[in-house]
Design a protein around this ligand. Structure first.
Ligand code: FAD
Length: 454
């Protein structure tokens, strides 16, 4: 297919969260779109759930969903989480709001969201979905795909005009790019894995923990979190070292798992009747950061979502960042029309520093969640920070809010967050209680810091 043939369809490889959304954005710009997905159609039942069962959706993700007209539909099945609830080893709770009054992150079902996006894509006459089609090989120069039918094992060649690689962290499209000259690629695994577990609903489908919150059991070197589901259950994820005294390697029998949970997560064990079965049945997932560049090959191939920037899940931004990729690409299509070379070039220049920043932020937030959120000084610092934000509206936004509740590019958010952290450290050496914030000498320091910041 000649690249100049503007009537030929665009090709999207991978109909996960980002690919299915992207196909909608492309179709709404008037393009016909062919989407290929390795898995069976998840809407036909029986399909195994993918990784984590629910996800935290925040402002960047909402903006993209609203652009394709399904914000309201998803909002009806999303549970707002207004705060973190920390559970200590004695079962005592402490709370930390995520933002201002009504600001929340939202727990949504990964499969439910993906299904809704697929249904919407299928309803658009310009989109054609092909399931059980795995990309097995890619000749970028000849613009040929090698597709394997995963039900019959048969392979066939298929030409493409322009290919969007949204086939996730272990992208086959990216593998082909990696073989081009001077290609940059790195992958780095945490020494931690994750395991999904469940908290059952109460007898009448009620939530046995506070519903509108993200729960955290911070334990220094490891942690567990839980997000609510509509049926009253919670999905928990244990983030745990692979090796060491407290680790996956150290827990080999049901009795060891039970004893360990009773010791370190005592308040939650009674709500997890299936604990040991689930622990040994559910796989241990690994946690990888993948960076690569370039994301584009001429104006023929472009990577988006996890295929170009897989990050660890601790900021709840992987999908949100992938959805923001779609928003940015759409803005560029609006501005640059059919100049695909300019679109691909600007896209990767704009997005790469932001993808790198959110990758770093995600690792940083891991330390905060497993360790610092259990520390009273840290919680006091957060309270003081929200006092500053209230006192200087528009001049101070906590880092978490910039990442989660704004559309400020991630790299800018990260730089301003680091600057604010340095200011907080200086101020906190004069503050022992929340009331100290109102002391004249502390107020003078705050004024001075803000004046210097300009
Ligand atoms: P994927 O969702 O991986 O989709 C890729 C698709 O491509 C799949 O459907 C796959 O079957 C298909 N595919 C793969 N290879 C081929 C091939 N060769 N041929 C054809 N098709 C192929 N993000 C958040 O924003 N908030 C969260 O709270 C959050 N929590 C997370 C928790 C965990 C434990 C993990 C692991 C991730 C979490 N994420 C979260 C990140 C989020 O899951 C990813 O960023 C998101 O799924 C990326 O979407 P994607 O479409 O790029 O890739």
């Amino acid at each position: 297919l000649p690249a100049s043939d503007s009537s030929a369809p665009l090709t999207v490889m991978g109909a996960g969260l980002v690919g299915s959304l992207l196909s909608l954005f492309l179709a709404r710009r008037g393009h016909s779109v062919e989407v290929f997905e390795r898995r069976a159609d998840m809407r036909q039942g029986g399909a195994v759930e993918g990784r984590s069962i629910n996800l935290a959706l925040s402002d960047r993700g909402w903006r993209a969903l609203e652009a394709v007209g399904i914000g309201d539909e998803i909002r009806q099945v999303a549970i707002p989480m207004y705060r973190r609830v920390m559970h200590d080893a004695q079962g005592n709770l402490s709370h930390q709001p995520y933002g201002q009054d009504n600001q929340a992150i939202y727990s949504v079902s990964r499969a439910g969201l993906n299904r809704t996006l697929l249904t919407l894509a299928e309803a658009d006459p310009r989109v054609t979905l092909h399931f059980n089609q795995q990309l097995a090989g890619l000749d970028m120069r000849a613009r040929q795909l090698e597709l394997r039918d995963t039900t019959t094992g048969q392979e066939r060649q298929q030409p493409f005009r322009r290919l969007f690689g949204t086939d996730g962290a272990f992208s086959a499209v990216r593998s082909a790019l990696q073989k081009t000259e001077r290609y940059n690629y790195s992958q780095s695994y945490l020494e931690y894995g994750y395991k999904e577990l469940n908290i059952e609903p109460g007898p009448n489908g009620e939530w046995l923990l506070e519903k509108n919150a993200l729960h955290i059991w911070p334990r220094g070197q490891y942690m567990m979190i839980a997000l609510p589901n509509l049926d009253g259950s919670f999905n928990c994820t244990l983030f745990f070292p692979y090796e060491g005294k407290h680790s996956f390697a150290a827990l080999q029998t049901p009795a060891q798992v039970q004893a360990f949970f009773e010791e370190v997560f005592p308040d939650i064990v009674p709500l997890m009747p299936e604990l040991t079965d689930e622990y040994f049945r559910n796989p241990t997932g690994s946690l990888v950061t993948i960076r690569c560049f370039p994301w584009a090959f001429d104006d023929d191939v472009l990577l988006l979502g996890d295929a170009s920037h897989a990050i660890v899940p601790f900021y709840g931004q992987g999908m949100n960042a992938g959805f923001e990729d779609c928003t940015v690409l759409d803005q560029l299509m609006e501005r640059l029309g059919d100049d695909w070379h300019a679109i691909f070039t600007e896209f990767q220049q704009q997005r790469k520093p932001n993808a790198d920043a959110i990758a770093d932020l995600a690792v940083y937030n891991f330390e905060e969640m497993r360790d610092r959120v259990g520390d009273p000084r840290f919680l006091l610092q957060k309270k003081i920070e929200s006092r500053i934000a209230a006192q200087f509206p528009g001049k101070w936004m906590p880092l978490y809010s910039q990442v989660t509740f704004s559309h400020t590019p991630y790299a800018e958010a990260w730089a301003s967050g680091q600057l604010q952290e340095r200011i907080m450290r200086r101020l906190m050496s004069h503050i022992q209680t929340e009331a100290d914030y109102d002391q004249p000498e502390v107020q003078a320091l705050v004024q001075q810091e803000m004046a210097q910041r300009g």
